[in-house]
Design a protein around this ligand. Structure first.
Ligand code: ZN
Length: 479
């Protein structure tokens, strides 16, 4: 809006008064009735209104002149003063109309300015009451086992600052380290770590299962511990209804560790169990364990459990077939498909999260889900998925697939020096996803208009490496 077109509140009142006065005069002049009918096109024309529109909104039609000379020429000399008032009133009505329209537009645009929901993300806390040590996989990195809980506190300090819109937190797995098992500290360490999340009950944390949890607990123990933790924080039933694990000592039965929740009606979040088919957390008689051993044997050519946890002779994308990874089973895939179908029907968008990466360009190949392509193909059957978030790889990574879905791997907290941080604040807008990385975490601004309606796409491929991801930028934030 240009300066000359600005109308403040007092001007608007003045305009309305003048308009009312002109209308009273108009009604008192009965001889004017016909003139008004004859000239209504002039005074109510879109051209008059168009004078007050933004240039790009104006119709191309030539603008008529609403001047008093043309009225005089038409034989209305004696009525010129009242006509002038009426014409001004009409022009003023046009201004009011524009003012009202701009107000409506401002309200509308606010819908796009404000995020639908904002939430926090952190991963790989891997707490242990253990001295710092050099990371075995990368000697340039140090693992700060005890310091990781301070990192969690710092992240919540940021998310709880005045004016924060953070509604919940996603914890992407490996909340405690496997070292705890050897120290006999599994339960103590998990409780100590969970208490750092539970004390922030106004910002509930949703956890996904990592391989390190399953080094410490079997699935039944873990399900019971997480259920107990969820019960301590305040999550409304309409957002999340956890399934209470039943006590059952049968070796084959197992609780389900994947779930969904809807923080707002416009968005569904789905947590995947990336170790559904794996050798972690199961009794050795469990069919999912047996299936996983067959997969690992077929790739490694031996049955030595400990040597399944390295690349060995594996090459290329096959390096993902290690015992620290797993696959999403058929039952879970069917459930995922149904959940995405429901979201399509509801017009919801979906963010899926799990510990292990899906897109080969988003992380090291040794950190990929065994059947990542099957999961991505399910995503591609629907138009609701906007992003998949993962941890596990301990460094930031991003990939965009051929269907416009973003795959983001987040930095791990464990290897974050005490003078910095590694967490993210994510805002979902109707037209974009904003990932605000803190400290070592990267930031991304991802437009969502490019999402394809893939239902009619015959040339579907799970991964399109020709699609260039937007360049990430790092934003440093003091916490
Ligand atoms: Zn992991």
């Amino acid at each position: 809006m240009s300066q000359s077109e600005n109308i403040d509140g007092s001007s608007a009142v003045e305009i309305m008064d003048k308009t009312r006065q002109a209308m009273v005069e108009m009604r008192s002049e009965k001889g004017f009735q016909q003139a008004l009918v004859d000239e209504c096109d002039l005074c109510n024309s879109i051209e008059t209104e168009a004078e007050f529109q933004e240039p790009e909104d104006r119709p191309l039609k030539k603008k008529k002149q609403c001047d008093y000379e043309s009225w005089k020429l038409n034989g209305f000399h004696q009525k010129s003063e009242t006509l002038q008032n009426f014409c001004e009133a009409s022009v003023n009505l046009g201004k009011l109309s524009l003012l009202f329209r701009r107000f409506i537009m401002a309200v509308d645009s606010q819908v796009f300015k404000d995020p639908v929901v904002t939430f926090g993300v952190l991963t790989d806390v891997q707490y242990a009451d253990h001295d710092d040590q050099i990371a075995a996989y990368d000697p340039s990195k140090t693992r700060f086992y005890r310091g990781s809980l301070g990192q969690v506190d710092d992240a919540f300090k940021y998310w709880e600052r005045p004016g924060s819109k953070v509604k919940f937190v996603l914890q992407l797995g490996d909340i405690i380290d496997g070292l705890n098992r050897f120290n006999g500290d599994s339960y103590t360490s998990l409780r100590r770590t969970l208490s750092h999340f539970e004390k922030h009950s106004s910002i509930p944390t949703f956890h996904t299962v990592g391989n390190h949890e399953l080094y410490n607990f079997n699935r039944k123990e873990l399900a019971a511990l997480f259920y107990e933790s969820v019960m301590k924080i305040n999550i409304p039933q309409e957002i999340f209804s956890p399934f209470k694990p039943v006590k059952d000592n049968h070796p084959i039965s197992t609780p389900v560790l994947y779930y969904k929740f809807s923080p707002v009606p416009e968005l569904k979040c789905i947590s995947l169990d990336c170790f559904d088919i794996s050798v972690l957390g199961y009794d050795s008689q469990h069919p999912n364990y047996v299936e996983a051993t067959k997969v690992l044997y077929s790739k490694h050519g031996h049955e030595i459990f400990d040597e399944w946890d390295c690349e060995g002779s594996l090459t290329g994308l096959d390096v993902r077939f290690q015992q620290m990874n797993g696959a999403v089973g058929q039952e879970q895939l069917t459930w995922l498909d149904q959940e995405l179908k429901e979201s399509d029907e509801l017009g919801q968008k979906v963010i899926v999260f799990g510990h292990v990466s899906l897109h080969p360009d988003s992380s090291d190949w040794s950190c990929l889900l065994w059947n990542y392509e099957e999961v991505m193909k399910i995503f591609h059957l629907h138009k609701c998925v906007i992003a998949y978030f993962s941890g596990h790889t301990h460094k930031s990574g991003y990939a965009l697939d051929s269907h416009g879905i973003s795959y983001i791997a987040f930095s791990g907290i464990l290897e974050t020096p005490p003078d910095t941080s590694a967490f993210a604040t994510v805002s979902y807008y109707q037209d974009k996803l904003e990932v605000h990385g803190h400290g070592m975490e990267r930031s991304y601004n991802i437009p969502l208009q490019g999402l394809k309606d893939v239902a009619n796409d015959d040339n579907d491929s799970a991964v399109d490496n020709e699609v260039e991801p937007p360049p990430p930028t790092t934003v440093k934030v003091e916490v």
